[in-house]
Design a protein. Sequence first.
Length: 219
Amino acid sequence: MTTIATKITLSVLGAAGISFLFLAPARAVIFVEPIVTSKNQDILNTKKPRTLTDYQPGQVIEYGVPDVANNFLNATGYDINSLVFDLKTLSYSNPNSTPPLDNELVQWGDVNGDGKIGYSNNPNLKDIFTDITIGGSTITFSGGVIPNGSLFYNPFATLPNLAPGTGIIPSVPPEKADKDGPIRVAGYFTAIPESTSVLSVLVFGALGIALKLKRSLPC
């Protein structure tokens, strides 16, 4: 009986060991999740929003995430009808972090734990865009509008938290405590013409038609 029990125990331990061997090579994944919502009043009560100006549709800007959360004022002169973000950092290493990160994969993922990517789980924040699509390293927010002159909220979070001084990365000097994280993202927006611009086009078009008709009428 002892021999049979020993063989069974060894078989179970051997199977478990083989399972661990298969699991061991798996790499960790760093998830990145942006949200685009209505203004965050709590943050607005503590600091002024960042103003987006001199920023044209299709113009690509690059920055680091996770970022310092803030509201944005759309002062571009355009109504924004989509935001597109592209992950430029697809793997990340930091031997000085705890635990150390060794060429970890970076991809879009569910950071806030609501089972979706790109949507807010804060009942006080209303998602602006209804359509969120992911294709490889790109995530696109569409199906909504951020009117020119309006405030919106667009923070990026990572899992694990890579925010300098607050996440797993060692603390940074106090004067750099507000700097963005190490994951690089490129972004741009598409826009629709402002209603005033559309109205101007219609007015000038109507005037042109009226003049043309006047010229064609007999004197």
